[in-house]
Design a protein around this ligand. Structure first.
Ligand SMILES: NC(=O)C1=CN([C@@H]2O[C@H](COP(=O)(O)OP(=O)(O)OC[C@H]3O[C@@H](n4cnc5c(N)ncnc54)[C@H](OP(=O)(O)O)[C@@H]3O)[C@@H](O)[C@H]2O)[C@@H](O)CC1
Ligand SMILES: Nc1ncnc2c1ncn2[C@@H]1O[C@H](COP(=O)(O)OP(=O)(O)O)[C@@H](O)[C@H]1O
Ligand SMILES: [K+]
Length: 512
């Protein structure tokens, strides 16, 4: 789904109002209703809400939420942060509607007016949304500093107040939300690490903005959604055999790091690849043969040529190299060999990327449309000009993907996939439980196995990253985020495939 920038969101809003037809006040009511539905599903009727509203449309949402919660019998106290003189028209309408119910709205004109709520009440932040275009100051800044020090749960509406939807945000004082209920789709700054951290857990609430406008909007940024995955994913067909699903080869592992090879192999096997061969150092042979009897195993010694031990490259449809490989001269030898032998799109991860960072001349030898899966540190090593600024790094990612004709997968909470045509896809599956050693090795195995099955490299990237996060979410649901192990992600790949399958429209569900 496309990620629209602030001006486009405003235009989508206006287009929906003109073409649906729906009045802007009714669109606000839809947004507030979606929030109230979420809130009443997650909070029992004895919970009290303190709602902090601004004077623009974000504030209008807050006032409408207050009215709808009151109508459902919740305890609600509403506060108007009077940081300017005039309401936006829809905000004023909702202010009047709330007052006409006899609701008490406290007007806050200066910092001394803030009243400390009871700690068990939920604070709703509806002061600023997508209208934010400058750092908060005055009363708004005082509100943000005040609310951030409360022990209460903070739920932001659309955006944490103070955070612009996109564009630079360094030095912007921002509400630190625990939960953000955002409308229609993610805003760019919710997906980037230095700004997204203010949003807490993000839930996207559809409010039915006009689809034809959305689809026509021009933006390089997308989120990977279920609809896109449904187009990519191909269920297996009956009259097929292991040769139909390709032969994957993994070159991984070194002494003390065979776990990475074991994890990558396990994920590759679970991806659905027809055959998986793993090339390991001599000391890894017994380990791999024991842990994964389903995989073929070949010893790669210091003098071997891949052609001699693995046969012609044309036998394979996917190659993954890097997890646990180390950066020794032997590892470098294997990387050179892989680049000479296998001339099709491959997956490069971990130590393969560290070796390339040490020998940048190798970058131009990588087959076009290969998948590189750096985490932020590896990305920085690869492209030393990488900055810590999120937007600069995002631009660099896109530039390098275009320049080198590679698929760059920058792993993070919202992994970002930059394609050679300059488009970017952010993943929305996955959770912090996956911040544990070996999760990335699992991704490499999955991606290699999908390439082997004949998915186009961009399809393998999007499906693999989504599936990896989904398996991680299912694993976290089973084990908790804390106790999640990389191996649990592999165990849940099957359930993740089933979930994708079950989401398909009936005409694409060939088996039950
Ligand atoms: N399109 C949708 O999907 C729908 C959107 N809806 C809702 O509308 C929200 C956007 O509302 P909005 O445009 O009225 O802006 P909002 O964020 O309320 O700010 C108000 C004004 O504050 C000002 N201002 C800016 N920065 C500031 C600062 N740092 N400190 C102080 N003031 C600052 C600035 O005014 P200016 O300074 O330019 O005069 C700005 O115009 C959106 O987030 C969503 O909640 C839904 O109701 C319906 C569907
Ligand atoms: N907080 C998080 N939220 C979602 N996914 C995460 C989070 N932390 C890590 N991950 C995912 O886990 C994987 C970690 O990869 P990596 O750092 O290479 O691990 P390793 O080298 O230990 O295998 C990536 O796919 C990343 O997106
Ligand atoms: K807000």
């Amino acid at each position: 789904m496309k990620i629209l920038l602030t001006e486009q969101i405003r235009a989508a809003d206006a287009y929906t109002i003109a073409h649906e037809p729906i009045a802007s006040i009714d669109l606000m009511e839809r947004a507030a209703t979606a929030c109230v539905q979420w809130l009443t599903t997650h909070f029992a009727a004895n919970i009290g809400f303190q709602i902090y509203c601004g004077m623009g449309n974000n504030g209008g949402d807050g006032l409408a939420i207050a009215r709808l919660l009151l109508q459902r019998g919740y305890r609600v106290k509403c506060h108007l942060i009077a940081y300017r003189d005039a309401f936006s028209p829809d905000c004023e309408t909702n202010f009047t509607r709330l007052q006409s119910m006899g609701a008490d709205v406290q007007t806050i004109r200066e910092p001394n007016d803030f009243q400390t709520p009871s700690p068990d009440e939920v604070a709703i932040d509806a002061v600023l949304g997508t209208g934010t275009h400058r750092p908060a100051d005055g009363l708004v800044a005082a509100y943000i500093a005040w609310i951030n020090q409360l022990p209460n749960i903070r739920i932001a509406i659309d955006l944490p107040s103070g955070l612009p939807a996109d564009g630079p945000a360094a030095g912007f004082l921002t509400v630190e939300a625990h939960i953000t209920l955002t409308f229609e789709n993610y805003k760019l700054n919710l997906l980037l690490p230095h700004t997204g951290k203010y949003a807490g857990r993000v839930h996207v609430l559809p409010i039915g903005l006009n689809r034809s406008f959305w689809e026509a909007a021009d933006t390089p940024y997308h989120t990977i959604d279920e609809a896109l995955i449904q187009q990519i994913y191909r269920p297996r067909q009956p009259f097929t055999h292991k040769g139909s699903y390709g032969h994957a080869v993994l070159i991984c592992g070194s002494k003390g790091k065979m776990g990475a090879a074991v994890l990558a192999t396990g994920a590759c096997l679970r991806s659905g690849a027809g055959l998986t061969t793993i090339g390991v150092p001599p000391e890894g042979y017994a380990i791999l043969q024991t842990t994964h009897p389903e995989a073929l195993c070949t010893i790669l010694d210091p003098v071997c040529h891949l052609e001699d031990v693995l046969g012609p490259a044309s036998r394979y449809r996917g190659l993954g190299i890097g997890p646990g490989l180390g950066t020794s001269s032997l590892a470098l030898h294997h990387l050179h060999q892989a680049l000479d032998w296998y001339r099709n799109p491959m997956v490069l991860d971990a130590d393969a990327l560290n070796l390339i960072a040490q020998h940048p001349e190798l970058l131009t030898r990588i087959p076009p449309h290969s998948l590189l899966t750096p985490h932020p540190k590896e990305f920085e090593r690869l492209f030393s000009s990488a900055k810590s600024d999120d937007l600069e790094r995002l631009n660099l990612l896109r530039t390098k993907a275009r320049e080198l004709q590679l698929i760059l997968i920058l792993k993070d909470h919202h992994t970002c996939i930059a394609l050679p045509d300059g488009t970017c896809y952010f993943n929305t599956t996955g959770n912090p439980g996956m911040a544990t050693g070996g999760s990335g090795d699992v991704l490499t195995g999955l991606l290699t196995g999908l390439l082997a099955q004949g998915y186009e490299p961009w399809q393998a990237a999007l499906l693999g990253v989504y599936l990896h996060g989904l398996a991680g979410d299912l694993a976290a649901a089973a084990h908790s985020e804390e106790a999640l192990l990389a191996g649990d992600i592999i165990t849940h790949i099957g359930k993740a495939f089933q979930k994708i399958y079950q989401s398909l429209p009936p005409q694409k569900r060939y088996y039950l």
